[in-house]
Design a protein around this ligand. Structure first.
Ligand SMILES: C[C@](O)(CO)[C@H](O)COP(=O)(O)OP(=O)(O)OC[C@H]1O[C@@H](n2ccc(N)nc2=O)[C@H](O)[C@@H]1O
Ligand SMILES: Nc1ncnc2c1ncn2[C@@H]1O[C@H](COP(=O)(O)OP(=O)(O)OP(=O)(O)O)[C@@H](O)[C@H]1O
Length: 289
């Protein structure tokens, strides 16, 4: 018996940091939403008692460094499972992009193994386990649109954003989330208004959503990698209504409601950037079913 799971990328419509905690993490307020750029995860039982990661992508580790491996090890040890598992990862999400690719793979493995091993765990239970693997994994267990607080693991569902096109552009640089957070000076932060963003989502206001997007990590990554600012400028020139870096970057996303304009932004950016995608927001949780 094999189980297939979709592992979609996320973008942060808002990312605010409140303070640095005693455990070294930052207390955050983030609005996250999934988009239809997704890895495909397949879990199947093995005769030998091992966790085997298979992927054709050369940037994806095939051992304990892989977040999908860590997810399988955690659920296997917690529930004393003696069976081995092969995890096939068909990678579509660019690696180290700020799109939570590894976290979404880990979340998909938790969902898939819950089915394969008939554990009957709720999404809430899987999300609690996910938090042990990384701050973005709990959100990825649910998908859809949510407010994430704590260090990112406290999830509250929000209404789906108004329909629009999302153009993703990833410059060919990798960004370390830890380095970006380390360089953050909390006294200099220009806080986005997360409550007003939540209101815009409740009001189904595309204009409101565009107005309120903001990410406190963006200036840090731009300082380290000025090409992020160049991509932002190009996206605006080509007609995006709102432009922001996702997570700790370096991927930049632009929003538009017009398909022809989305195509124009996409075509324009391909001249500057190797990895460009046009996607839709998935909106609500049910899109993972
Ligand atoms: C930037 C985001 O992707 C936004 O969605 C997340 O905040 C980061 O999520 P992630 O990659 O799952 O992060 P983790 O693997 O948990 O943490 C990586 C590193 O980022 C820093 N970190 C992360 C989350 C957080 N709330 N505060 C932090 O300071 C810590 O230094 C940590 O060692
Ligand atoms: N399943 C996986 N897919 C991709 N990278 C993985 C995976 N597991 C571990 N990694 C490692 O994690 C690092 C970050 O990759 P990932 O694609 O998850 O970053 P990200 O999109 O920036 O994450 P986030 O937005 O959560 O900070 C990579 O350098 C890679 O070596």
């Amino acid at each position: 018996m094999r189980f297939l799971e979709k592992a979609p990328a996320k973008i942060n419509l808002a990312l605010d940091t409140l303070y640095k905690r005693s455990d070294g993490y930052h207390e955050v307020e983030m609005i996250m939403t999934t988009v239809d750029l997704a890895d495909r995860i397949e879990v199947s039982p093995l005769k030998s008692d091992e966790i085997r990661i298979v992927s054709e992508n050369r940037f994806v580790p095939n051992d304990h460094r892989n977040l999908a491996y860590q997810a399988a090890r955690l659920i296997k040890n917690t529930y004393h499972i003696r069976q081995g598992v092969e995890i096939y990862i068909e990678k579509q999400i660019p690696v180290a992009a700020g799109l939570a690719g590894g976290s979404s793979d880990a979340a998909a493995v938790l969902r898939g193994l819950n089915k394969l091993w008939e554990l009957d765990l709720s999404l809430e239970q899987l999300a609690v386990m996910g938090a042990e693997i990384g701050s973005d994994v709990s959100f990825c267990v649910y998908g859809g649109t949510a407010l994430a607080t704590g260090r990112g693991e406290q999830i509250k569902e929000l209404p789906a954003p108004p329909p629009c096109w999302v153009i993703l552009a990833k410059p060919t640089i990798g960004v370390s989330t830890q380095t970006v957070y380390q360089n953050l000076n909390l006294d200099e932060v220009d806080h986005p208004d997360v409550q007003r963003m939540i209101q815009a989502l409740h009001e189904e206001s595309y204009e409101g959503m565009c107005k309120e997007i903001g990410n406190v990590l963006e200036p840090i990554t731009i300082q380290l990698h000025p090409e992020v600012e160049q991509i932002k400028s190009h996206m605006k020139e080509f007609g995006a209504d709102a432009v922001l870096m996702s997570g700790s970057g370096p991927t930049v996303f632009g929003l538009t409601q017009q398909e022809t304009r989305a195509q124009r932004i996409y075509n324009g950016l391909r001249g500057f950037c190797d990895e460009v995608y046009i996607v839709r927001m998935l909106g609500s949780r049910s899109s993972l079913d």
